[in-house]
Write a protein that binds this ligand. Structure first.
Ligand code: ADP
Ligand code: MG
Length: 457
């Protein structure tokens, strides 16, 4: 209980203070007790204790109160039993080596030993409870919940896809946490496609593919994150395909994520692609303002920090790219205010985030894109909105539409209107066409990238 609270707090602090500081100061923390509203934490030396108290004391208290409302104070104590190895090992040399583990393992409390060496660790924050549902993700969320709650396989595989930072990994971990909690006898294995490949290659090298196969084939729920990673990696795909089939045949559940839909994944074998397509495919759409605001409110509440609504509206408005960046921005604003000990205001937020905001402030307009693209392909600007369909003007027009979709937050109908009142399906077709061309024609692809860089300049 106390340890799982600390796991969540530690994970949050790690985000806030960065890996290096976390490793030096916070990983060595050991959770001792909770008594009369005071949490007691131990550090191995006085120096570390003092440092953590001055730099993170207040934050620890706030975060802990957010986890457990009865907590009013966090006390830091020095526990020399947890002194660094160099000190304790100087103890009686007469002790037989086998009796060595007389001192508590120095392992960090927030990095529990991996219970399953095949799988990756689950992030304690990525639960269904912490997932904010809105229009763009409600379908994916419902599908994930169904898989987590069902004891029978309802669709196989569940394929989640969407752009970076939209919550795919979060949902997969949430499924795993839920099953672990409610049905611990089911064996859940979560890992990235990259790790799958790494294991597979290692098994090949050590000529131990039998046990590799067995390990995978004995799980009840297999989750593989970011499968786009194995696109073009033929041997790994082949193995993955067999694993996949073996599990499906045995009625085991599979959950997959990728950055694109199965049909759009390039470098995937057709039979694998069609397998991936054969269950339920659910996508996570780009966030809306409402969802972003909802996420900010939920995160601020979890942190137990009062963030003025104006500040949240401001962030939700300005940081539209993905949830990870949004979270990062909120964490920065909060950490800053706690460090300097002042309340969060709109002005202070703008100041803290000036670098981030500058990037998203330089809004590229559709007019700018049209002008640049017309110049680049040497056609008249008026052709962007004209009805002419000859290849010579149609292609640049499609490129401009594609870039408008990529570089602005305009919707397809809005973009269509700016191109001589075209329909949104025309824009969609243009985007698809350009994507296809980019995949097949290297020169064209570089050309488009160049244009994009110039526009972002
Ligand atoms: P992806 O795997 O799609 O790249 P992640 O699952 O890693 O994205 O999500 C990025 C971050 O945004 C994570 O910290 C996650 O908790 C958070 N996040 C994404 N969507 C939501 C949501 N709907 N509610 C709460 N947090 C979210
Ligand atoms: Mg992910």
């Amino acid at each position: 209980m106390l340890n799982s609270q600390w796991d969540r707090i530690a994970a949050r602090l790690r985000d806030e203070v960065g890996d290096a500081a976390w490793r030096s100061w916070l990983r060595p923390v050991a959770v001792r007790s909770l008594q009369d509203g005071t949490v007691r934490l131990a550090l191995p030396t006085r120096f570390m204790r003092d440092w953590v108290a001055t730099h993170y004391g207040e934050r620890l208290r706030t975060l802990w109160a957010g986890e457990e409302p009865s907590v009013r104070d966090v006390e830091l104590v020095v526990d020399s039993a947890r002194a660094p190895a160099a000190v304790t090992d100087a103890a009686p040399a007469a002790l037989p080596a086998a009796a060595a583990p007389h001192r508590p393992a120095a392992a960090a409390p927030c990095a529990p030993a991996e219970s399953d060496e095949l799988g990756a660790q689950l992030d304690p924050r990525y639960t269904f409870r912490n997932f904010v549902v809105g229009k763009p993700n409600e379908f994916a969320h419902a599908a994930a919940r169904r898989v987590a709650e069902a004891s029978q396989v309802s669709f196989n595989p569940l394929f989640l896809y969407g752009g970076v930072g939209l919550g795919k990994t979060h949902l997969m971990h949430a499924i795993a946490w839920h099953i672990r909690e409610h049905d611990p006898s089911r064996r859940v294995l979560y890992l990235s496609a990259e790790k799958f490949m790494y294991r597979f290659i290692r098994a090949l090298r050590s000529q131990d593919t039998m046990s590799f196969k067995e390990q995978f084939r004995s799980v009840d729920v297999l989750m593989v994150d970011d499968v786009q990673f194995i696109a073009g990696k033929d041997a790994t795909q082949e193995e993955f395909f067999h694993t996949f089939n073996a599990l499906v045949d045995q009625g085991r559940q599979i959950v997959i994520s990728a950055d694109k839909s199965p049909s759009d994944l390039e470098g995937m074998e057709d039979r694998l692609r069609s397998r991936l397509n054969s269950g339920l495919v659910a996508d996570l759409h780009a966030t809306t303002y409402e969802l972003r605001l909802g996420i900010l409110e939920s995160k601020a509440e979890q942190m137990g920090v009062p963030v003025p609504p104006k500040v949240m509206e401001f962030l939700a408005h300005k940081i539209a790219s993905n949830v990870r960046e949004l979270e990062g921005a909120l964490n920065r604003v909060v950490a800053h205010s706690q460090l300097i000990g002042r309340a969060i205001t709109l002005e202070s937020s703008q100041e803290v985030l000036h670098d981030l905001l500058r990037a998203s402030d330089r809004r590229i307009t559709i007019e700018e894109i049209q002008k640049r693209v017309a110049e680049h392909f040497n056609i008249k600007l008026a052709e962007m909105g004209s009805a002419r369909r000859s290849r010579q003007v149609a292609r640049p027009r499609q490129v401009a539409m594609y870039l408008a979709k990529q570089l602005t937050s305009r919707s397809l109908p809005e973009i269509g209107r700016k191109f001589g009142g075209r329909d949104h399906t025309t824009v969609m077709h243009a985007v698809k066409k350009v994507e296809e061309l980019r995949a097949s024609d290297q020169n064209f692809s570089e050309d488009v990238d160049l244009l994009r860089r110039m526009l972002q300049g």
